[in-house]
Design a protein. Structure first.
Length: 186
């Protein structure tokens, strides 16, 4: 069993310092007169790319939550290609077709789009390749999980989605539901 001892200064702080090591703040070090090595690694290029892709997809999510399909479509390049692999194969070209698809999803009671970027790397010529997972929250709070792949390109000094490919196992829009059910799906 543990022996109860009275509190002494440093009883909690010293073990925490040992655990956190490099995470002790410089302000604390100034007050105690102790110095610590800072083992903080600078972000890699891949970390910076992943953050840029995450920020772009976070903007998409916020616009989706606000039911702003036009705003979300504006995050794509004017010549963007949007490819749905599952639950049905469909290829949309340009912002207007992408916006129409987003309107269909929003009209089908989808309320949230949760995106997790898992990889991002430069492919050359100012093109970034991005991959990840997402969940689409539909009526009753049900989450439909899927995967995506994007090609991002600089457009006017900001990253835009030039190609977006995704797959999810369940239909959401009425067109998807009708085609899925007529093809023998359930």
């Amino acid at each position: 069993m543990f022996k109860r001892e009275s509190f002494k200064p440093g009883m909690i702080l010293l073990p925490l310092m040992a655990i956190s090591g490099a995470m002790v703040s410089p302000v604390f070090a100034q007050h105690t007169g102790q110095t610590y090595n800072q083992d903080v690694t600078a972000p890699s290029q891949q970390d910076s790319l992943r953050m840029a892709a995450t920020n772009l997809n976070h903007q998409r999510r916020e616009l989706f939550r606000k039911k702003d399909a036009a705003g979300a479509a504006a995050l794509y390049t004017p010549d963007a290609i949007y490819v749905e692999l599952l639950p049905r194969l469909d290829v949309m070209r340009g912002r207007s077709q992408i916006q129409a698809h987003l309107n269909d999803i929003m009209a089908a009671s989808a309320s949230d789009l949760i995106v997790t970027v898992t990889s991002a790397e430069m492919a050359g010529n100012g093109v970034m390749l991005v991959g990840g997972d997402y969940s689409l929250v539909v009526g009753g709070g049900k989450k439909i999980n899927g995967h995506f792949f994007q090609t991002l390109r600089q457009d006017g000094g900001t990253w835009k989605i030039a190609m977006h490919t995704f797959a999810r196992p369940e239909p959401v829009t009425p067109v998807e539901v009708n085609q899925y059910n007529s093809a023998g799906g359930g």
